[in-house]
Design a protein around this ligand. Structure first.
Ligand SMILES: NC(=O)c1ccc[n+]([C@@H]2O[C@H](COP(=O)([O-])OP(=O)(O)OC[C@H]3O[C@@H](n4cnc5c(N)ncnc54)[C@H](O)[C@@H]3O)[C@@H](O)[C@H]2O)c1
Length: 283
């Protein structure tokens, strides 16, 4: 039985854990506190209940949660074959977690980094086995998105890339391999778009609803950029734009002040019930 550690039980970690559990994997889901893990279990329960209604498979929450063990801190990951790290998009946080993972994991465990924009080579350099560190940029919501970006770092071994590609295929994900450049393919474009859309609201050119309506109505996008920001998390958008700005030292990635203010005010989007739009968090 393949054991998968999932580190970070936020928007992405809960999606990754649920999706793997749907395929019968045994999951150890790790975060910083019992409170966060309890909330993660309720999010997974809620998402399983609505899965069938949203066009996904009908899921029994008890069966899915029965395959997910939760733990505070990384020590229980010593037996994991794969670890998927999904912690906050902040370099010092990711760095601290990878130092810990390097300490507890078996040397042959594969370490998958789920990040919006942080270069995989930079993460690999934190531990003593950069050859087993590989990037996988999952899309949100994870169970509903069949394609991911697969990103080898400078030192990632070809064997680890192939083992990861197969592991992804085994839970229904097609991997598009891209090179290790901050933001990869998807977020070099998406984060610029969302950041510029936030500037339109910040400058009073249009309100959020009008911005999104232009993208949906004129271009046929299923969601506008600001609805997408709320789905991703306004905090994660800001952190990702900051990573791009710092990495490329290019002013085209200058973060919109409105994103900073919303982040400070706790308007993080769907996960906090309010972002560019307001949500019923019990949905
Ligand atoms: N939200 C998206 O749409 C999306 C899509 C693709 C990739 N990503 C990337 O996935 C990663 C996670 O994003 P998210 O949206 O789930 O963020 P999130 O803020 O929803 O969740 C992050 C989780 O990490 C936890 N965490 C922080 N420090 C930790 C530590 N030391 N040990 C264990 N857990 C810790 C937090 O408590 C939180 O539960 C980020 O790198 C992000 O850029 C996000």
């Amino acid at each position: 039985m393949t054991i998968v550690g999932v580190v970070g039980a936020g928007v992405m970690g809960t999606g990754v854990a649920q999706n793997l559990a749907q395929y019968g994997y045994e999951i150890i889901l790790v975060d910083v506190s019992e409170e966060v893990l309890a909330e993660a279990r309720s999010v997974i329960t809620r998402n399983c209940r609505v899965s069938g209604l949203m066009g996904g498979p009908a899921l029994d929450p008890d069966e899915i949660l029965g395959r997910i063990t939760t733990a505070v801190g990384p020590d229980s990951l010593a037996k994991a074959d794969f670890v998927i790290e999904n912690v906050t998009e902040d370099w010092e946080t990711k760095r601290g977690v990878h130092i810990e993972l390097d300490r507890v994991l078996r040397p042959d465990a594969v370490v998958i980094v789920n990040t919006s924009a942080i270069p995989i080579t930079r993460v690999g350099a934190v531990g003593s086995h950069p050859e087993r560190v590989v990037g996988v940029h999952f899309m949100n919501p994870v169970p509903a998105k069949p394609v991911v970006e697969l990103i080898p770092g400078f030192h990632t071994s070809p064997e680890v890339v192939e083992v990861t590609r197969q592991f992804l295929a085994d839970f229904g994900k097609k991997a598009v391999q891209v090179k290790d450049a901050s933001g990869f393919v998807s977020n070099r474009v998406l984060m610029l778009t969302v950041n510029e859309a936030a500037y339109l609201v910040h400058e009073g050119v249009a309100d959020a609803r009008s911005v999104d309506e232009v993208f949906r109505g004129c271009f046929g996008h299923p969601m506008g950029p600001l609805e997408t920001a709320d789905l991703i998390g306004v905090d994660t958008i800001l952190y990702s734009v900051e990573v791009l700005y710092e990495h490329y030292a290019d002013s085209k990635y200058r973060p919109c002040p409105l994103l900073k203010q919303m982040n400070d005010a706790g308007l993080h989007g769907r996960k906090t019930g309010r972002g560019f739009y307001t949500y019923d968090t019990k949905e």
